[in-house]
Every structure is written in structure tokens, then in C-alpha cells.
Design a protein around this ligand. Structure first.
Ligand SMILES: Nc1ncnc2c1ncn2[C@@H]1O[C@H](COP(=O)(O)OP(=O)(O)O)[C@@H](O)[C@H]1O
Ligand SMILES: [Mg+2]
Length: 184
């Protein structure tokens, strides 16, 4: 990768306080496209706080964030989402008695063409076969296979995590954050 390629994620001098606690003290973090980073530190070191800042869950008191080289103000999870940042939660947010495919499109304005044309139109009737074809395209692109008709409760923890990842990718995420993912 050339020197001029901007970092996918660049966090500079991030400071985040909670009452009585300085959780992040002027933290720098840079990540290049294609890299996988692990943040290591003892309990309470501030890892989750920093990732929550990136995901738009916390606003820092100080610091700047650049995504693919552009300065951004991540003031909500929605803003983070629009920048392609997705948090894969430690405790999954899947609906147990719905299928994998249903969970992946849950809440989308446009279930068929996400992430291509989000918000362009709202279909009146869901064509699940069409949805499934689109999900299969994404799962083939990333080699992430899971039975789309299975109910979440039928899946192992590892498979559930795969669904969470697929859900994020289907929505157009290209920066994934995992906070203490379970091993599977
Ligand atoms: N929402 C919160 N309110 C108050 N204090 C918090 C909150 N979240 C984290 N903290 C505090 O900030 C510090 C860093 O926590 P955290 O980022 O969860 O650490 P880690 O993920 O590295 O274990 C800890 O002292 C924790 O108690
Ligand atoms: Mg943590």
C-alpha cells in the first residue's frame, strides 16, 4: 500500500471521561485498510470506551477522528453506520425466533439492495427469495456461510456471530469492531 493511502481509521488524542474516571487519556489509534488489530489491556483500561467512541456511542471530550482520510464527527451510531463502521456486540442483538435472513434485513429501509441504494424506496411486499439472493451474494463475497432459513435459536454461538458479521456487511459496513467476541 502506498504511503499516500489514508488510514481507514485514524483516531488522534482521544480523551473520554466519566464521572471520576479518565477512561481514555489522549489516545492515538491508526488502522490501515485490510488490517486486523487487537486492543489488549487489563479490565477497565479503556478499550471498550475507545471503541464506543468510534462506534458513535460516546462523544469524546477531546480528539479527532478521520475515516479514510476525511475528518468526521461521529455523534451517533447512525453517523458511524453511514461511515461504514459497525459494532459486532459482545451480547448479540439477534431475534431468536426469527430466521437468519429475517434478522439480516431487520430494520432496513430497503431490504433488497442494501447497501447499494439504502433509503431509495420502501417495498410494500417483501420478496424473501430476492432478499436471500442478495444475502448469498454478500456471503459468497466474504466466505461467510450460514443457513439463511435457520432460526437463530438453532445456531451455535459461533454461527450467531457469523450472522452478526453478515448483517453488518450486508448493510455496507467496511470497518468492523468486535468487543470481546466469544470464541467458537
Ligand atoms: N458508561 C460508563 N459510565 C461510567 N464509567 C464508565 C462507563 N464505561 C466505562 N466506564 C469506566 O471507564 C473505565 C474504562 O472502562 P472500559 O472502557 O469498559 O474498559 P475495558 O473495556 O478496557 O475493560 C473503567 O474505569 C470503567 O469503569
Ligand atoms: Mg471492555
Amino acid at each position: 500500500m502506498s504511503d499516500s493511502t489514508p488510514f481507514a481509521v485514524e483516531m488522534r488524542e482521544i480523551t473520554k471521561r466519566f464521572p471520576g474516571v479518565l477512561a481514555n487519556d489522549c489516545i492515538d489509534l491508526t488502522i490501515q485498510k485490510g488490517e486486523i488489530h487487537a486492543l489488549l489491556g487489563e479490565n477497565g483500561a479503556g478499550k471498550s470506551t475507545l471503541m464506543n467512541v468510534l462506534a458513535g456511542l460516546y462523544l469524546p471530550e477531546q480528539g479527532s477522528v478521520y475515516i479514510h482520510g476525511l475528518p468526521v464527527h461521529i455523534d451517533s451510531p447512525r453517523t458511524a453506520f453511514d461511515l461504514g463502521i459497525a459494532m459486532v456486540h459482545q451480547h448479540f442483538k439477534l431475534v431468536m425466533n426469527q430466521t437468519v435472513a429475517e434478522n439480516i434485513i431487520l430494520g432496513l429501509d430497503d431490504p433488497y439492495f442494501a447497501p447499494l441504494k439504502r433509503g431509495r424506496f420502501r417495498p410494500l411486499r417483501l420478496d424473501m427469495q430476492r432478499v436471500q439472493r442478495r444475502i448469498v451474494e454478500v456471503s459468497e463475497q466474504y466466505d461467510l456461510f450460514v443457513d439463511l432459513d435457520a432460526f437463530i435459536w438453532q445456531l451455535s454461538v459461533g454461527e450467531q456471530q457469523r450472522v452478526e458479521i453478515l448483517k453488518a456487511l450486508y448493510r455496507g459496513a467496511n470497518i468492523l469492531i468486535f468487543d470481546e467476541p466469544p470464541r467458537s
